[in-house]
Design a protein around this ligand. Structure first.
Ligand code: T3D
Length: 274
């Protein structure tokens, strides 16, 4: 199916759609796709639109050029930790509240699966934004850097929550304190990401996974992510209660009925819920 482009090719964020899969490409390659206020705003708006658009059943996020995202753009005027005459209320807390927290929360509440195709280096908030996606697939030459400690900051964009949960406290602290580069193969080995593939296979692998997920019962997939995330903070009995609530809702869905009917009728299901 042909891809439809809905942003000019020099825009900081490119949006294309192939069937039910929407791809968002961070497009500031000269700065390794570092986040500016503009890019963060566009990304958040694009995710909001995808969430509200019934034709989108999976989202892929990737980067243009040799990097995925080098985190906060350190040249952006908003990277000033102190108030200025132009921005008397400026401090990092306000910037995180305005840009990074809503973005991380948007990712974690998407009604469809979000895949990240990490095509190159992912540093700072760029790394943690990637790790917040549901399925992270990286090219063999890609890498992950918790660059914050190198410049006197701590992991943000959900990093303090995600890292220990993904790789355990010891490894999370090693990554966050040292700020060393972690190659994609090692990232897969320690469970930081789902999969590492040869560079030449990245786009096709992720598109194929996205098309597969888009044809699945996406409401159940989103509920699975949400139940996993909540269960990490709950006792076992509370996690069982959440499973029960979510399963009650899913059991009443069109997709469940369709999945069972298709199985019994020995045909392919046509899922519709989101
Ligand atoms: O502001 C707030 O709200 C606080 C929130 C902070 C969240 C954060 O993300 S803090 C972390 C910010 N990111 C970094 O500290 C990473 C900085 N970049 C790097 O350490 C390196 O660029 C990399 C390790 C990622 C890649 O290294 P390398 O050698 O492959 O590339 P390079 O030559 O360093 O970068 C290529 C170009 O991209 C270069 O520009 P030039 O010289 O060719 O014109 C470089 O300046 C630019 N670039 C890379 N990262 C950033 C950047 N420009 C602006 N901001 C960047 N983060």
């Amino acid at each position: 199916m042909p891809q439809s482009a809905v942003a000019p090719s020099d825009a900081p964020l490119l949006i294309t759609q192939d069937g039910a899969v929407q791809t968002l490409t961070l497009n500031r390659p000269a700065a390794l796709n570092a986040f500016t206020a503009e890019l963060l705003t566009l990304l958040r708006q694009a995710l909001d639109s995808a969430a509200a658009d019934a034709s989108v059943r999976a989202v892929v996020i990737t980067g243009a050029g040799r990097g995925f995202c080098a985190g906060q753009d350190l040249n952006d005027p908003m990277t000033r930790p102190h108030p200025t005459p132009d921005a008397p209320d400026q401090h990092f807390g306000a910037l995180l509240d305005k840009f990074y927290q809503p973005l991380a929360l948007r990712l974690s509440s998407m009604p469809v699966p979000v895949l990240c195709a990490v095509n190159g280096v992912a540093a700072g908030a760029g790394a943690n934004f990637a790790l917040g996606c549901d399925l992270v697939v990286a090219a063999q030459s890609a890498s992950f850097i918790q660059a914050f400690s190198r410049i006197g900051l701590l992991p943000d964009c959900g990093g303090t929550w995600l890292l220990p949960r993904l790789v355990g406290r010891a490894k999370a602290l090693q990554l966050a304190l040292l700020g060393d580069k972690l190659g994609a193969e090692e990232a897969q080995r320690i469970g930081l990401i789902a999969q590492c593939v040869p560079d030449a296979d990245l786009a096709a692998t992720v598109q194929s996974l996205a098309q597969k997920l888009a044809a699945m019962p996406t409401r159940a997939l989103a509920q699975t992510r949400q139940a996993f995330d909540r269960a990490m903070q709950l006792d076992f009995d509370e996690a069982l209660r959440i499973e029960c609530q979510a399963q009650t809702e899913l059991g009443r869905s069109f997709d469940f009925q369709e999945g069972v009917d298709a199985f019994l009728q020995k045909r392919k299901p046509a899922f519709q819920d989101r």
